[in-house]
Ligand binder design. Structure first.
Ligand SMILES: NC(=O)c1ccc[n+]([C@@H]2O[C@H](COP(=O)([O-])OP(=O)(O)OC[C@H]3O[C@@H](n4cnc5c(N)ncnc54)[C@H](OP(=O)(O)O)[C@@H]3O)[C@@H](O)[C@H]2O)c1
Length: 228
């Protein structure tokens, strides 16, 4: 049985990853901040284990890594993320505490997860560390400005993931840098272009492709290469 760990699995794209992997017969380790309130996640049929995981809390990442160290992990989906920016705190009123938090959740958590789960991943035959980034982290694509917290934390995440793709290659771990599209979730909003189901079908196709060539590239959910 293949095994996946998903962060932020209680709603949005993380919940959809949990549903699809569980339906495909995988063992799902589902991280969320409040397992006792994660009703939608609890309702997912299949082999789903809930874990308390606030990715801003390194001690919780470390504890879960120790907990799961006994079994190989095929895929880790670093999905949890925050937008951070608000209309009332734009340029001139930037919220630097919220900015630091966005970096902790969107950027540093992926590094900590990679550090602490690399050994467990390396025990699987074809391991993948997949992270949800955003096209909003692209310099080339930024034609509208704003979103200082989100754009910078995702751009920094892209830099982290690129280095991970190089540094983890000798251990056989592929690193996928994935933009999910503009998706109808709490973050994407109702006006977004695609459903979580469409997005995750595409993302899983890339994750499960087993293609070494995809590692370290900035990819849209449909496989198209994106500009940095
Ligand atoms: N939706 C889009 O259009 C879009 C586009 C580009 C990229 N993305 C990226 O895709 C990923 C998923 O986005 P989404 O649309 O599903 O967002 P969402 O609906 O807002 O859900 C965010 C998830 O992240 C979790 N989370 C936030 N802070 C956390 C923390 N400190 N520790 C653990 N979990 C935490 C949330 O948990 P709580 O319920 O506890 O808050 C929730 O499960 C994010 O990384 C996002 O940046 C989304």
């Amino acid at each position: 049985m293949s095994t996946v760990l998903i962060t932020g699995a209680n709603r949005g794209l993380g919940l959809e990853f949990a549903r699809q992997y569980a339906a495909a017969g995988w063992r799902v380790h589902a991280g969320c901040r409040h397992p006792e309130r994660a009703d939608a996640l609890r309702a997912v049929a299949g082999e789903v284990r809930l874990h308390r995981l606030d990715v801003a809390d390194h001690a919780q990442i470390d504890a879960l890594a120790d907990d799961l160290a006994g079994e190989p992990l095929d895929v880790l989906v670093s999905n949890a993320g925050v937008y951070g920016d608000t209309p009332e705190r734009g340029l001139g009123r930037l919220d630097y505490d919220a900015w630091a938090h966005a970096f902790r959740v969107n950027t540093m958590a992926a590094a900590r997860l990679a550090e602490r789960f690399a050994d467990t991943l390396a025990r699987a035959p074809r391991p993948v560390f997949a992270a949800l980034t955003s096209l909003m982290g692209s310099m080339a694509d930024n034609g509208s400005g704003g979103a200082y917290l989100y754009r910078s934390s995702k751009a920094a995440l892209n830099a982290v993931l690129k280095s991970l793709s190089i540094d983890l290659r000798p251990r056989g771990i592929r690193v996928l840098i994935l933009h999910p599209g503009w998706v109808k979730t709490d973050m994407g909003g109702p006006g977004a272009l695609i459903t979580p189901q469409e997005s995750v079908v595409g993302l899983r196709r890339l994750i499960d492709a087993g293609d070494d060539e995809l590692s370290g590239r900035f990819l849209n959910y449909d496989g198209a290469e994106l500009p940095w």
